[in-house]
Design a protein around this ligand. Sequence first.
Ligand code: SF4
Length: 355
Amino acid sequence: MTDKIELIGLSKEEIGQELAKIGEKPFRAKQLWHWIYWQGETDFSKMTSFSKDLREKLAASYTITRPKIVAEQISKDKTHKWLLEFEDGQRVETVYIPEEDRGAVCISTQVGCAVGCRFCHTGSQKITRNLTAGEIVGQFLVARDVYKEWPTPSDETRYLSNIVVMGMGEPLHNAENAAKAMKILTDGDGISLSKRRVTLSTSGIAPKIAPFFRETKVQMAVSLHAPNNEIRSQIMPINNKYPLEEVMKACQEYQQMEGSRFITFEYLMLKDINDSLDCARQLIDLMHKYKLDAKFNLIAFNPWPGCGFEASSGNRIHAFAKELNNAGFAAPIRTPRGQDILAACGQLKSKKDKE
Ligand code: SF4
């Protein structure tokens, strides 16, 4: 442990306040921000637009740290997974999911998760702690280091083009730090990701939805996974606390916000649980009832030992998708990526913890 102050995760204003403490003018905050988040620099001595004196002062009081990569795996389909460790030894997973000429980095917001979805590997690991804003941002910085995307490339030329906050944890159980991290990641003077390219997924913490997305303006996805309360409570106990009606009303509120787009509903296809045509019809009715402009991601389940669920057949998934399509809803089928490297969230961490 060091008694120096970590700069990653501070807002631009907070960096300004730190600089004021060491007798520097506020405009230096923007320059320092540029070094940290546009250039990706971690070494104060290389910040050549600063005098030698200032570089030494910064190095004496502050640090710019990355989480440590303790394990990594690259699958045949190029999905790249890191197990990252923070200063206190806690670990999370971060995954890069490449498409042809771009790709999304999937980041975590908590160590473990308190939501306990029955189908989720992370849900079987108890919540340990929230990540700080710096630890959330740090995961993307590691991915940028690995893929050498410094200085920040133009939007069209970057491989790490999107962020999905869908890793370990429920982001809205750590809403303050997650919101701060989203603002850093989308700040135009630094990492500069468009708010349209950042999607945060929630299991449906209804009262936090509207305030969070109003503040951050990133895109929303909801882990829905069921068309009614009965099935949803069975596979997602959080539904007992925030039933479907409350989640749907929060979605309505989100949709009324300026600049909001359609809502993406994640729907994991579980054999004989939620994959019948009747379920598809109930979903359509639900969307109509709440007048939601929605898109569904139908996700083929990647079973893990002891999970107690099976994957729906391809035929079943296609029939489900067709039913939604016929009602005018986009419903792309997402095949699991990186199956050969334990890519479902939480699995690499579990394996390493056991070791
Ligand atoms: S699916 Fe998400 S919210 Fe549910 S237990 Fe897993 S990490 Fe938590």
